[in-house]
Structures are given as C-alpha cells and as structure tokens.
Design a protein around this ligand. Structure first.
Ligand code: MN
Ligand code: MN
Length: 460
C-alpha cells in the first residue's frame, strides 16, 4: 500500500529536504548578491541603472538599430531609464522563437504630488499620491527616504536621494497617539488613514526673517543649496518616498529576507542573474525589467507599451524574420511574486493550492479574480513543459494560487505577453506581507526562481 501511495499521491516536500549542502552554499551566495541589489534599488530607475551596470561589466552592450547579431552576443536596450530589455542571442534563429522572462521593477510607494510642499502650524510637509495597492495605515510612523529625479527646463536632470546613507536624515508620516485615537480606532483599517492624510513631515525650523511660511522657505532654501532647485521644479519631477529599512536576514536561522520592494525586484534579479549565467543558449534569451505593473502596465515603460515589440521586431529584422513568426514560437515566464501561505491569516488561503515558504518557485497556471477574471490562464501543455524542464533541472517548485477563490485576486504582465500570441505562464517567489513597506521572502524560493528561469533559458 505504501508503494502505491507513493506512486499515486502528489506529495510536496519542503525545499530544505530536497537540497544538499552544496546547493545551500550556492543559495546563500546568490541571496547575498540579491540583498545588495535590492538594498541599492529603491525605485524602478535605480533597479534599471544597477542592472545595466552589472550587465555592462559582463560584456553586455547597448543595442543600436541595425546592429549585426551573432550567436552569443549580449545586448540591452534601456527604455527611458525606467525599463530595460536584455538579450543573449541564441544559436537558433528567432523564427524558432525566443525564451522570455519578464518581471517588473516598480513597487508600491508614495509619490510626491507636483505641488507638494506646504506649511501648516510651522511644520512643513510633502503631499503624496500613493502608487500601487497599499494598506495606507502601514505607511505611517516608519522611516522614509526620498528618491527620484527633477527634470529641469534646460534639459538637464537632477538626481535626488536622501536618507539611504546612514548619516542622512529620513522622513516620516505621523500618526495619532492612542490616548487621543478613540474616534480613529472606530474606523476600518481602510479608512483610519486616508490618501490625503499621507503627508510627509520634512522640516520644522523657520527661516530667520519675518513673513509667511517661514519653515517652508527654510526647507526650500536647503533644497536649493543641495540641488539648485526651486518649488516650481517639482512640477517636472518624479520624486518618491520609500521605506528606509535596510534589507536584512530574518529569523534565528537567517532563512528569510526582509526588505522593501521584493515585489517584484526579487524576480527581476532572478531573471537578470539567470541571463548572466546562461551559456551559449540555443534560443535567444530575453530578460525584461518593466515598469508600471503596479498601476496596470500602461504607458511607454509598461508591458502594454510597444517598446518590447519594437525591440523584438528590430532583432527579428536583423535576422530576416517576421515578428509574428517569432512570437508564436516563443515562451515566456511572467516572473512575478505570489502570496505565501501565512499561518497568522489562515482564513485568507486555501492550503492545498497556495504557495508555501521554502517550497520553491511558485507556478501560477492562472491569476485573476473570482471567476479567473483577467487571467491569460496558461494551457495544460505549457504547464507540462515547465514541469518537465524544472524536474530535469532539479528546480524546487510548487503550484501557487493567490488565496481563496472568492476573496479577491490579482494580475501580472502575463496576459499582455499572452495577448501577443506568446505562450506565457506566471511563476515567481512567494512573499509574506506582499505590498507592505517591509516584505518577507525565503532565500530558498529566491534561489529556486533563479534556477527556474535559468532552466527555461537553457532549454534546447
Ligand atoms: Mn508583482
Ligand atoms: Mn505587486
């Protein structure tokens, strides 16, 4: 009976029961590099810039239209500093399809409004407009740092980073003390802190003179000293407040990683590393780091934009291949995070189908909400292909459905790839406290996601 049971039942195993010492060493080393990347990549722009820096060190060159493409060539195309496409040209022509992995590098955050600075009762604040799906109450009383760019009339761009370095000041959104919060505490979590209430405290010392808004004047004069900017320059700026927590190990066993922006830089880094490590691939391997996923993948730097098609069409043209012929034979891993089962909130999950921490890369045949609304739903054949590829390459993986059927749901860039006539499946790292200022992932799952993408890239 035991034999039959073994043969017939699908049984999942904890990843730590499946890997050897050698692999544990490899995953630690991989995760050290990932932690450094995440710590230094707090915005999509920084994630792109840091990826380009690493790629160039490894011999990737900026793609220029008309370039001759030889097998083994490593190229990248920077999309406005906010998204990135990289490729290693395969031995086979693009008419046989490409292997694509796509992740996003934007994360939920608090963007500054265009008219952002204001003074109230001799305290100065920045007004914000949150980006992506956040639980607003999580963003008060945590240290924040400021990142972004100010584009000036003369065409130059000023980069702003305050709070990342140890000795730099940070910022905060205050909350009401419990002693006076009787009314606030009666509100729901959704209403207790409002979007219009997410104003960041940035200064309190008045300018040494008479007149109105002296604190704001003093703050603006500091900014003018630091960056040469005026209040009007904020109108053409992209400044964002992000949590100022350092990325760190979590737990006595150090098996988890806590930090801001795992969604989805954890998958972005996995595919980036996999592309760096793939050796002389058969098919052309493409790695996408895209923007705007958290707001619906719209716009020039989002996956619904045409930048990807242009890039691929250019590559196809260089080989005399039609883009649509390439797409229909291509395979794409939409590498995005999924929710890990959380025993503190068991009611939100359905255990049999939810991803678990330390059980490896999470494969989602479909995403979507309720009746699978909005999912591209990968075919059984695509799922089988991935099963085979992962099993052959000893990738620890699991299936991953996002919580209980009726509770909600979510989407990724998968459908935008699938709509292009590319076989696409969602796969990525399970996350605890997804979209919180401080998210948690398991090292083993990060490493297996890298291994998974590498297996797909290396396929014959
Ligand atoms: Mn995501
Ligand atoms: Mn997300």
């Amino acid at each position: 009976m035991e034999e039959i049971r073994k043969k017939l039942f699908y049984e999942q195993k904890n990843g730590y029961d499946l890997i050897d010492t050698e692999e544990r060493v490899a995953l630690e080393s991989y995760c050290r590099d990932y932690m450094a990347y995440l710590n230094a990549s707090r915005t999509e722009r920084e994630a792109v810039a840091n990826a380009i820096a690493e790629a160039e060190e490894l011999g990737f060159v900026e793609y220029e239209y008309g370039m001759e493409l030889k097998a083994g060539m490593k190229i990248y195309k920077n999309n406005r500093g906010k998204a990135l496409m990289l490729a290693v040209i395969g031995k086979k022509p693009l008419s046989e399809g490409a292997v694509i992995a796509g992740a996003h590098v934007d994360s939920p955050r608090l963007d500054l409004k265009q008219v952002t600075a204001y003074e109230s009762d001799e305290m100065c604040f920045f007004k914000t407009h949150y980006y992506g799906g956040i639980k607003k109450y999580q963003w008060v009383t945590i240290p924040l740092e400021l990142h972004g760019v100010v584009a000036l009339r003369d065409g130059s761009t000023v980069e702003v980073t305050v709070g990342r370095e140890k000795d730099e000041p940070k910022f905060v959104i205050t909350d009401l003390l419990p002693h006076l919060a009787q009314e606030q505490m009666k509100k729901t979590l959704a209403e207790g802190i409002t979007g219009e209430g997410l104003n960041i405290l940035i200064g309190t010392v008045p300018y040494a003179d008479d007149g109105k808004d002296r604190v704001k004047l003093a703050v603006l004069s500091i900014l003018n000293d630091m960056y040469g900017i005026t209040e009007e320059d904020f109108l053409s700026a992209e400044l964002t407040a992000v949590p100022a927590f350092d990325v760190c190990e979590i737990g006595f066993d150090r098996a988890l990683i806590g930090g801001y922006g795992h969604d989805d830089r954890v998958c972005a880094y996995a595919e980036l590393k996999a592309l760096f490590d793939v050796e002389a691939p058969e098919k052309t391997c493409v790695c996408l780091l895209v923007d705007k996923e958290e707001t619906g993948s719209e716009g020039v730097s989002g996956m619904q934009g045409r930048a990807f098609d242009t890039f691929m069409e250019d590559l196809c043209e260089a080989q005399g291949v039609k883009l649509r012929r390439c797409y229909e034979k291509s395979f794409c891993i939409s590498a995005d995070v999924t929710s890990a089962f959380d025993p503190l909130y068991p009611d939100a999950y359905e255990k049999n189908n939810n991803a678990k921490v330390n059980y490896g890369m999470g494969i989602s045949k479909y995403t979507g909400s309720r009746g699978k609304a909005g999912t591209s739903d990968a075919s059984a054949e695509v799922m089988a292909y991935l099963r085979k590829t992962f099993d052959e390459n000893k990738v620890v993986w699991q299936t991953a459905e996002l919580g209980k059927v009726d509770l909600g749901g979510g989407g990724t860039i998968a459908k935008y790839m699938a709509n292009r006539n590319i076989d696409t499946i969602d796969a990525g790292v399970p996350v605890l406290s997804m979209h919180a200022p401080f998210e948690t992932v398991a090292k083993l799952d990060c490493y297996m996601t890298y291994k998974g993408v590498l297996a797909a890239y290396s396929a014959k």
